[in-house]
Design a protein around this ligand. Structure first.
Ligand SMILES: [Zn+2]
Length: 272
């Protein structure tokens, strides 16, 4: 029984590899020699928690992009923290006003309805607080070409989607895809504006996998793109979602050791 199970798994693995090779091509994308880097981003509204990571960022001279949602609830203290992060080289991006499914807003109200519900109110608050976001992270990774074209027309230079290495269903893992094979999470400095970042929240990626992914970016001269949510100091409880701070520290340490450059999301398409 065990043998059958193993060989079936092996067969599935072969099948998946064959499909991946056919669709994604073999080997990682190649970027620019010497430009190898990492672009880290954080989503939602954990401003105070992110701000507390500053000593860690400073230790490795790292910069990141913070994608803010619900900016109508940005209080003066939060705005000041984001200003300080910006001053220290980090980027403040936008992550929607109501964090809704953009494809549904678009289907219901067309571009006008989508813009009025999800983009304009939040952007007004961001502007009033002194921020001019030029990168956008799709809430829930939900978007389509119509949504993208509205965002590009609004002037966003980078649109960031979500890439997941592990897919679970009712607690069972359906597959685990090694990040070093996920071509989409490496930026090849080709001017691409629509990008994917690998989620690094709890249970998404192992330390070995992320170290391999960092080295992959270094070897190929690409930029590895990763993102997470709330910084956590213990396993998540009560429906919390976020990443282990020590896991982030390990990524920063490895990136620093490999002498990777830290990029913010809006910088990527502008590097020639
Ligand atoms: Zn989000």
């Amino acid at each position: 029984m065990k043998y059958i199970k193993t060989s079936f798994r092996g067969f599935l693995w072969l099948l998946v590899s064959a499909i991946a090779a056919a669709f994604w091509g073999c080997g990682s994308p190649s970027g620019k020699p010497g430009a190898g880097g990492i672009a880290i981003s954080f989503d939602d509204h954990f401003i105070k928690e992110w701000y507390e990571l500053r000593p860690l960022f400073q230790k490795y001279n790292a910069k990141a992009t913070f994608f803010i949602t619900c900016p109508d609830s940005l209080n003066a203290e939060e705005a000041a923290m984001l200003k300080q992060l910006e001053k220290e080289g980090h980027e403040i991006g936008f992550h929607g006003t109501v964090h809704a499914k953009s494809t549904e807003l678009m289907a219901a109200g067309g571009p006008k309805g989508y813009i009025e519900a999800e983009l304009e109110p939040g952007l007004r608050h961001m502007h009033a607080a002194g921020f001019k976001p030029t990168s956008y992270a799709h809430p829930g990774g939900n978007h389509n070409d119509r949504v993208d074209s509205v965002l590009l027309a609004k002037g966003f230079t980078t649109l960031r989607d979500v890439a997941i290495s592990r897919r679970k269903f009712k607690g069972f893992q359906l597959y685990a895809w090694p990040p070093r094979w996920m071509n989409a999470i490496y930026y090849a400095f080709d001017g691409r504006q629509k990008v994917d970042a690998l989620m690094i929240d709890y249970d998404e990626v192992t330390s070995e996998e992320i170290e391999e992914a960092v080295r992959e970016a270094k070897e190929n001269g690409t930029a590895l793109m990763v993102f997470g949510h709330e910084p956590l100091y213990a396993a998540p409880s009560n429906g919390k979602y976020g990443f282990d701070v020590s896991f982030l520290a390990a990524i920063l340490r490895e990136a620093h050791e490999q002498q990777l450059k830290f990029y913010t999301m809006s910088e990527l398409p502008n590097i020639k």
